[in-house]
Every structure is written in structure tokens, then in C-alpha cells.
Design a protein around this ligand. Structure first.
Ligand code: WT7
Length: 675
């Protein structure tokens, strides 16, 4: 497969006036950021308020043989991130600016919040938290849908130096309970109910079960603060009288513990609207967020304050080329790192106006995303390839119903974006007039680390292109030797940037073991990448998804991308299966488009296509009809489960993180008879 591919230049009209106007400008800024980090980041530092200045700009150790791994930025400095996002922006005259347009699950349900009003709400809730005994350093659990109170809760924690630990409101009570127990959270914040599409979620009931589990594991959650969300949902839903009465009944059935639980709105009534910020050290924790490990229990990734603020602010500004007055929309849930950095901290640090969306792309119709873009005249739109592929299936009609001319930048995050999806995004959504930013990063990196810049970087579909400022990526081979020039290897980083994780909560040893033991002196991402002749970086997928067929190293993502190029393929997932002769072989799960017959001719076309695009060694051994793929609620395909299905092993282990568990049984049913 050619690694050069086609190059798409940012359109002329977009190039003028972008923050970084040319590749020459990018190269100079990037080189400067590595040559003298202090000089580079000082300009960012100066835009924010520091109660006391730093004494030691930066120090770190990535090499375990030299002592414990450590990463420190701005030591000696004290600040408050909430003060910087709200009070500072209001002082700059942005108090009446809209911080968020909130769009509910139901299109008739929407509201907005200015920076000034946001500060008032945050202060009140910070006082509520204090009244529950929450103090600096305490962990506060959040299990909420995408509503404004969730952002208020996060910033209220930050205002008093408490550490928020958000769990995506799609996780089961067991997962939530385990996380509450691991972080020893003092207070939980949740809602009574939420709707996701047509599905009613009983979040308070799940929280109660989780709290019970946490208690049985030996930790007691002291208080639970509950937003009354269902009645206001019902009010906007155009229900019949019967339905309304039923919902009222449901709303009154919220499980309750008088000694522990309280209503958000009642607590807020008497709370003071001002709250002096607690000044914290730049290296004090801001939040923790769990991410799954390849083995064992989830890892509590810990991020700190000063460096994270600088990095979230800077990546947001440059990667989305955000300008005052723009309306930005990131569809990620605040339960994921993308929601933390690019729904909350990055946009607010830039006094931006964002859309925050509670619903799904498919409700009430398949044009919901496009209708929201039209409604708020969104300029920057940021979503995941899995959503793009799902929406592509419905063709261009839902897109054509809406005016998308406001769009300037289209972002992609979470997994490699295949060429088909990239082109559809570029041509149909962006009208060939938007820059696509394929942002590579991780929960651990805190912010973008590889990404094109709008109006600057010539794009290649599927390539995350080049490092962000301050980031120094390196490719290593199996033995840890540097791969210079074109080649494929392990993607690692040579030095820290301000926004990277500092440790795993309560387990620094696991932190060192997971990220700093495979290659001495480097942070290992766990991903593979290829550098092409033009120096572009192509993330090829998790290293554990790499496979070796007859001595040829390849990534499952590469094969998936080729399969997805076939017009009859809606989605494809590839895993390796042990093979007597080749070592490993390719086992491919394919979801056909609804109009495509799954017959011998289709299967042979797919095999030929892979052989032709990658090489004869890459010819798939099995093409398995997949009515659906097992995915986490964030849309990640769980290849661990697919590998089990590939070898017909029904002992698949824990499936609680699956969005739809029934998919697994369906796949066992459709296993081809001859394998
Ligand atoms: C893993 C991190 C970053 C926030 C959401 C996911 C994969 C992420 C890309 C991309 C190729 C990507 C990597 C990475 N990934 N973005 N643009 N191209 N792969 O955060 O759950 O911590 O997952 O997602 O494999 O290691 P996460």
C-alpha cells in the first residue's frame, strides 16, 4: 500500500488568517518549542492568573534507571483553574458572552449560559460542596448526562481544590462502584433519570447500587447530590396526558436515603453566589479519569493543574483555529478525556462559545448532528470516526437537508479514521472547504499530541500528520533502536509536554511499569505508527492489535481500512487468529451495507481487495458476517471479544462495558460453518 497517498491542501480562503499560516511557520514554532520550552510556554503562562509565580519552570525524569519517573511543570506557582476560566474572562469583559448553548436530547429542550451566570452557579455549588465537608484534595464522583450542571459540578470542585472523578453515565453499577472505591470518593453527584435517544436511564438507582457495592468493599460515600432532571425533560417532551402522568410517577419513585441524599436544587436555593477560590499548587491534582488497562483493573489517570491549563488552552486555540465569536461543538461526553479537555477546560480557557449536547446522532432523526450545526451555525465540529461511519450509512439525504456553510474545521478523534470516512467527512460535510484535523492523543496525554493544524498542514486522509508544539515523537523498533526516516515501529515520546498525566492514582509503580518499562527513557503510547517519505505520521493502531502473518508485520487497522473502502461494507473489524503455518492469520468481521448481499462473490471481492491493496500475505482467511460489532459505550470495538469469537471460545469473560451485549450471541450464530 502506498504510504504517500493524496495530499489535500487547505483551501485558499481558509489559509488566510489562521493562527499558524504556513508549514514554515509551524516548523519554526515547533522547533522553538523544543529548543527552549520555557520561552515558548512563558507566553502562554502570562495569559493566565498565577497567585504566586513559578520558581522552577520544568523538570522531569523518564528514565527509571535514574530514579523514579517524575514530571513537573511550574513548581512554586499557585493558581486556580476555575478562576482562570471564569473570573479572569469576566474581568476581560466577556461576562455576557455565551459559554454554552445546551441542546437537550429532545430538540425542543435547549438553553444557554453566559460566563457571568456560570460563575454564579459554580460558586453556589462550590459552597454546597463545602457544606458537605468537601475540602482541598478530596475526591468527588460525578455520574451525569451531558447537562450544564455537570460542567458546574466539575468547576465547583476545581474552585475549592477538590479532585473530580467522572465516570461515563453508561457504565454499569459494578464499574461505577469499583471506581468509587478505588478513588475513595467522599461525595457523589448524579441525576434522577436521563434520556438517551428513546431509552430512559435510571442513573440514581444505578448510583445507589454502586454506592452499596463501594460500601461492601469497605469505603463509605458520605453524601449524594441529585439533580432533578426528569420533570424538566418531561415538560419539553410533548407527552400525552397519560405519558406525563406515568413520567411523574416514575419521577416520584427515585430511590432515596434521607441520611445521605439531597436534591441539587434545594441545596442551591440558599447557597451564597460568591466563593473565594482556593489557590492550589500547579502540581496539585485537578482530576482523575479511569481508562481501561490491557490487564487488571482500570487505571486512574491523574492530571494536575498548571501544565494542564496551559496545554488544554493552547491545543484548543491552535488545533481548532478558534477565533472570538466562533461557535464550537465537540460531541464527546464529559465522561471521557475528550469531554474534559475539549468540552470544558480548553474552550473555557479561551473564552469560547460551545454547544453541549445531551442527545444522540440518531434521535429524533439521522440528521440530528447536521440540524444542530445549522441551528447554532457551528464553525468547528469535533466527533469520532465511529459516528461518521454510522452516519455515512444513511447516505447524503439527511446531510442535504441542512445548511452546513458555517463549518470551517472538522475534527476526528479516538481511532484511526479510514479513508472512506475521511473523504465523506471532507466532501459531504465540509464541502471540500474545511480542514480536517485527525487528532491523535490519549486519556494519558491530556491533550492532542499529533495533529494537523487548520489552514496550515497539507492533509493526507488517515494521517495524524505532525506533533503539536512541545511534543517530540520517536519511532522505535523491537529492540528499542531509533527508526529515522520512513519506517514503522512503536510510537513513543521522548519528553513530557505540560498536559501529560503525572501518575496513576495511588499506584506510581503501575504508572512506571505500564508506560516507562518497555523502552528505557521514553513514554510508550502502546500504539504503533509509520512515518512516510514526507515525514507524515500514520498511527497504525494499538501495538497489541498488531499482527504478524508469515513474518509480515501489519496492523488490524490497515486491513480494516481497506475492507471499508469496498462500497458494500458498512464497517469492518479485524483480529488475528493463530495459524499453523503463517503464525497468525487475519480473521475479519464485516458488517455489509443494507443493500449488499453477503454471498460468495462479495467475500471473494473483499479478499481480492485486501490482497491488492496490501499484499498477497495479507489475504484474509476468514470473512465473518457481522450483524453488529461489540463496542464499548464510547464506540471502541472490543477486539478482545472478537478474538475469542474467532477461535470459537465461548469463555469471553466480562462483557459489562459493552454498549449492547446481545451482539456477542449474534456473532457466535453467524460464525462461518467451515472455520
Ligand atoms: C487510544 C487512546 C484521545 C481521546 C479519546 C480516546 C486511539 C485516539 C486516534 C487517532 C488513531 C487514535 C489510540 C490511542 N486513538 N485518537 N486520531 N488516530 N488512533 O482516548 O480512550 O485514552 O484511547 O485511542 O489507539 O492510544 P483513549
Amino acid at each position: 500500500m502506498s504510504s504517500r497517498g493524496e495530499v489535500y491542501l487547505p483551501s485558499e480562503s481558509r489559509r488566510s488568517g489562521s493562527h499558524v499560516p504556513s508549514m514554515d511557520a509551524y516548523r519554526k514554532m515547533h522547533a522553538d518549542s523544543l529548543a527552549d520550552p520555557e520561552k515558548f510556554w512563558r507566553d502562554v503562562y502570562r495569559q493566565f492568573h498565577w497567585e504566586t509565580p513559578y520558581t522552577d519552570f520544568h523538570s522531569y525524569n523518564f528514565d527509571r534507571s535514574q530514579g523514579p519517573v517524575s514530571i513537573k511543570w511550574l513548581e512554586g506557582a499557585t493558581t486556580n483553574i476555575c478562576y482562570n476560566l471564569l473570573d479572569r474572562n469576566i474581568k476581560l469583559g466577556h461576562g455576557d458572552r455565551i459559554a454554552y448553548y445546551w441542546e437537550g436530547n429532545d430538540p425542543d429542550d435547549y438553553s444557554r449560559l453566559t460566563y457571568r451566570k456560570m460563575l454564579e452557579e459554580v460558586c453556589r455549588f462550590a459552597n454546597v460542596l463545602k457544606s458537605k465537608g468537601v475540602a482541598k484534595g478530596d475526591r468527588v464522583g460525578i455520574y451525569m448526562p451531558m447537562i450544564l450542571e455537570a460542567v458546574v459540578a466539575m468547576l465547583a470542585c476545581a474552585r475549592i481544590g477538590a479532585v473530580h472523578s467522572i465516570v461515563f453515565a453508561g457504565f454499569s453499577s459494578d464499574s461505577l462502584g469499583d471506581r468509587m472505591h478505588d478513588c475513595k470518593c467522599k461525595v457523589m453527584i448524579t441525576v434522577d433519570y436521563a434520556y438517551r435517544g428513546e431509552k430512559l436511564l435510571k442513573l440514581k438507582a444505578i448510583t445507589d447500587q454502586a454506592i452499596n457495592r463501594c460500601t461492601s468493599l469497605g469505603h463509605k460515600v458520605e453524601s449524594c447530590i441529585v439533580v432533578k432532571h426528569l420533570p424538566r425533560l418531561a415538560a419539553s417532551m410533548n407527552c400525552t396526558n397519560g405519558e406525563a402522568a406515568h413520567l411523574e410517577e416514575v419521577a416520584n419513585e427515585v430511590p432515596w436515603d434521607d441520611d445521605r441524599d439531597c436534591w441539587w436544587h434545594l441545596e442551591m436555593e440558599d447557597a451564597d453566589t460568591s466563593c473565594y477560590p482556593v489557590w492550589v499548587s500547579a502540581e496539585d491534582p485537578l482530576f482523575m479519569l479511569y481508562t481501561s488497562g490491557s490487564t487488571g483493573k482500570p487505571k486512574g489517570v491523574l492530571h494536575t493543574t498548571g501544565g494542564y491549563l496551559m496545554y488544554a488552552a493552547t491545543t484548543f486555540k491552535y488545533v481548532f483555529d478558534y477565533k472570538p465569536g466562533d461557535v464550537y461543538w465537540c460531541t464527546a461526553d464529559i465522561g471521557w478525556i475528550t469531554g474534559h479537555t475539549y468540552v470544558v477546560y480548553g474552550p473555557l480557557a479561551n473564552a469560547a462559545t460551545s454547544v453541549i449536547f445531551e442527545g444522540t446522532p440518531f434521535h429524533p432523526g439521522h440528521d440530528r448532528f447536521w440540524s444542530v450545526i445549522e441551528k447554532y451555525k457551528v464553525n468547528q465540529f469535533y466527533t469520532a470516526p465511529t459516528a461518521i461511519r454510522a452516519l455515512m450509512k444513511f447516505g447524503d439525504e439527511p446531510v442535504k437537508k441542512h445548511c452546513l456553510r458555517s463549518l470551517k474545521v472538522l475534527g476526528s478523534v479516538g481511532e484511526p479514521i479510514n479513508k472512506e470516512a475521511w473523504l465523506w467527512y471532507y466532501e459531504r460535510i465540509g464541502n471540500k472547504n474545511c480542514s480536517i484535523v485527525d487528532t491523535f492523543w490519549q486519556t494519558e496525554t491530556g491533550g492532542h499530541v499529533l495533529t494537523p493544524l487548520p489552514g496550515c498542514t497539507p492533509m493526507k486522509p488517515g494521517s495524524a500528520t505532525f506533533p503539536f508544539f512541545g511534543v517530540e515523537p520517536v519511532l522505535l523498533d523491537e529492540e528499542g533502536h531509533l527508526i529515522e526516516g520512513p519506517g514503522e515501529g512503536y510510537l513513543v515520546f521522548k519528553r513530557p509536554w505540560p498536559g501529560m498525566m503525572r501518575t496513576l492514582f495511588g499506584n506510581h509503580e503501575r504508572f512506571e511499569e505500564t508506560y516507562f518499562s518497555r523502552f528505557q527513557g521514553y513514554y510508550a503510547t502502546g500504539d504503533g505508527a509509520r512515518r512516510d517519505e514526507d515525514g507524515y505520521l500514520w498511527v497504525t493502531g494499538r501495538v497489541d492489535d498488531m499482527l504478524n502473518v508469515s513474518g509480515h508485520l501489519m496492523s488490524t487497522a490497515e486491513v480494516e481500512s481497506v475492507l471499508a473502502e469496498h462500497p458494500g461494507v458498512a464497517e469492518a473489524a479485524v483480529v488475528s487468529r493463530p495459524h499453523k503455518v503463517k503464525g497468525q492469520c487475519l480473521y475479519c468481521f464485516v458488517t455489509p451495507q443494507s443493500s449488499q448481499a453477503f454471498d460468495a462473490s462479495f467475500i471473494s471481492q473483499l479478499k481480492t481487495q485486501v490482497r491488492e491493496k496490501i499484499g498477497p500475505f495479507a489475504s484474509p482467511d476468514v470473512i465473518h458476517l457481522a450483524p453488529g460489532l461489540p463496542k464499548t459505550r464510547s464506540g471502541k470495538i472490543m477486539r478482545r471479544i472478537l478474538r475469542k469469537i474467532a477461535v470459537n471460545d465461548r469463555n469471553i469473560g466480562d462483557t459489562s462495558t459493552l454498549a449492547d451485549e446481545s451482539v456477542v450471541a449474534a456473532l457466535f450464530k453467524t460464525r462461518p460453518a467451515d472455520v
